[in-house]
Design a protein around this ligand. Sequence first.
Ligand SMILES: NC(=O)c1ccc[n+]([C@@H]2O[C@H](COP(=O)([O-])OP(=O)(O)OC[C@H]3O[C@@H](n4cnc5c(N)ncnc54)[C@H](OP(=O)(O)O)[C@@H]3O)[C@@H](O)[C@H]2O)c1
Length: 287
Amino acid sequence: MGPVLIIGCGYLGRVVARRCQRLGVPVVLTTRSEERAKRLANEFGPVVHRLDLAQADAAAHLQALGLHAQRALVLLTPGALMDEAGGMAPLQHLCAGLATLPRLTRAVLSSSTAVYGDRAGQTVNADSPCAAVSPRERRLLEIETHWLGSQGRRVVRLAGLYGPERVIGESGLRRGQAVDGDPDGWLNLIHIQDAASLVLRCLTDHAGVASIELGSDGAPVVRRTYYEFLAARLGCRPPAFSGQPAVRGGASRRCDPRLTIERTGWRPMYRDFRLGLAAELPTPIPR
Ligand SMILES: NC(=O)c1ccc[n+]([C@@H]2O[C@H](COP(=O)([O-])OP(=O)(O)OC[C@H]3O[C@@H](n4cnc5c(N)ncnc54)[C@H](OP(=O)(O)O)[C@@H]3O)[C@@H](O)[C@H]2O)c1
């Protein structure tokens, strides 16, 4: 693969960048904050640059950074693509900058399975119609639609990311906080290593990859089961449920990645959250 520009090198981006380095693929990495840029530069060296897409000169900055890039990965949180008034200026800066890159042939945007909306526990796959209802879901869909309007663009919709230093729900359980959200609602997860391998797969010219793919481990879990397992693993008290709706990730659906697996040849290594948590929290901590 030719040089890859990774825009928004946060939790997922860093794992992807490490993989590229191991494969000998040159990278250019961007992040917004000085603090993260320093940490990344310690690991990756002078290929790290600060970029804020909200700035008026962002497209020109991107043009300079991506001069040699053949592929681009956009791993930004959705908020990064909107301005404070809810406008799409940062997304427009991004697309305008990418459009100037002379060697760019493929660009992948990471999005979220939130766009499928609440399905009352029904199963969805990459090709299922979206049912975006909440303002966040609708914004995500709007971003995806704009993004897919140019050639060579793909979207990967990811389930809840977890991995080293980011186990969903861990800090709340450790603090003894009650869990928000329906205890019988479904959660969908993906280990960070599997998310990284999928976005990289979608960046290749592999013929089967569709313009929209879905990344999840294929083993949706009921919230109560997840939190009970995690609490036991952490040596915490069993979870209590607050009865309040979840601020994020409250919609209930079951994500099925089999279509994406068939089309892309990608396979998740961690096919169940228990396997992934065993890797992150190797030994159950005695109470
Ligand atoms: N986390 C999840 O559970 C989850 C679930 C589904 C989908 N996803 C998707 O997965 C992708 C990666 O998530 P992540 O957890 O790796 O995100 P993250 O750690 O929060 O990283 C986001 C990156 O975007 C940069 N950024 C933020 N605002 C920016 C702006 N205005 N201009 C330029 N860069 C900006 C951040 O820079 P600074 O930090 O330096 O400001 C950081 O490098 C995202 O697309 C997310 O929507 C995540």
